[in-house]
Write a new protein. Structure first.
Length: 254
């Protein structure tokens, strides 16, 4: 059976002509964001560490606008390759750093190895992908970097010391990048989702997930809606949004 023909974005697509680089694209919120970006007209460079049937299906449909770059984003080689692949499209308008892992344990039982691996992927990966993306954006004197954080970066969460700390680190990174490169018209934004119906949120253990859902005024969030928010932040319509946190948690009880 032949593959579907490549699809061109419809006229008036909000991201038509934009090139977006996304890490952690293989499943969950990352995969939904890739689909949303493509639906809105963007060309996408998608990084994934593990095989992804979802990405393979998308690349069959969007051969002209989707390029896959497998690899560990916390390595210098992969981060450099991602920016180089975006330059093959001729530009890089936005980086979305979504790659993340968890190694949830009460702090006193957490191994040094688990702590270090969470920081390596979640925070070092953000540093490296940002470093190479910013170099490309500086040449164009334009860019947007969107960090996918978590409401736990703001509230903490029992059993997630490593994860919450790594996500909080993204906030400091984003605020610093926005100040260092404002003269190059490079902006940052942080998206802090609450408990979602897919990805890492769906993998949270039952009792802990119920506690988190009970704290949200609107319950479990739909990841598709957060993907739409991320896509908006990558669009020209969000050009005056900078150095701020967008909470997509449904509101929280305290």
């Amino acid at each position: 059976m032949s593959s579907p023909a490549p699809t061109a974005p419809p006229p008036g697509s909000p991201l038509k002509g934009r090139v977006v680089l996304l890490t952690g694209a293989g499943r969950g919120l990352g995969l939904l964001t890739v689909q949303t970006l493509l639906d809105q007209g963007a060309a996408v460079v998608a990084n994934h560490r593990s095989p992804s049937d979802g990405l393979d299906r998308l690349v069959d449909k969007h051969k002209d606008r989707l390029r896959l770059v497998p690899g560990d984003v916390a390595t210098d080689e992969t981060a450099a390759l991602l920016a180089a692949e975006a330059r093959r499209f001729g530009r890089l308008d936005a980086l979305i750093h979504n790659a993340a892992i968890t190694r949830d344990q009460p702090l006193v039982r957490m191994s040094i190895e688990d702590w270090d691996e969470v920081q390596r992927v979640n925070l070092r990966g953000a540093f490296l992908s940002t470093k190479y993306a910013v170099k490309t954006m500086m040449r164009a004197r334009y860019g947007r970097i969107i960090y996918i954080s978590s409401i736990t970066a703001l509230t903490g969460n029992a059993g997630q010391a490593a994860y919450s700390s790594s996500k909080a680190g993204l906030h400091g990174l984003a605020m610093t990048v926005s100040q260092e490169y404002a003269s190059y018209n490079i902006r940052t934004a942080i998206v802090a989702p609450g408990i979602l119906d897919t990805g890492l949120g769906a993998a949270v253990a039952g009792p802990q997930r119920r506690r988190m859902t009970d704290r949200s005024l609107l319950g479990t969030g739909e990841a598709e809606q957060t993907a739409e928010t991320i896509a908006f932040l990558a669009s020209p319509a969000a050009d005056y949004i900078n150095a701020t946190v967008i909470r997509t948690d449904g509101g929280m009880r305290y």
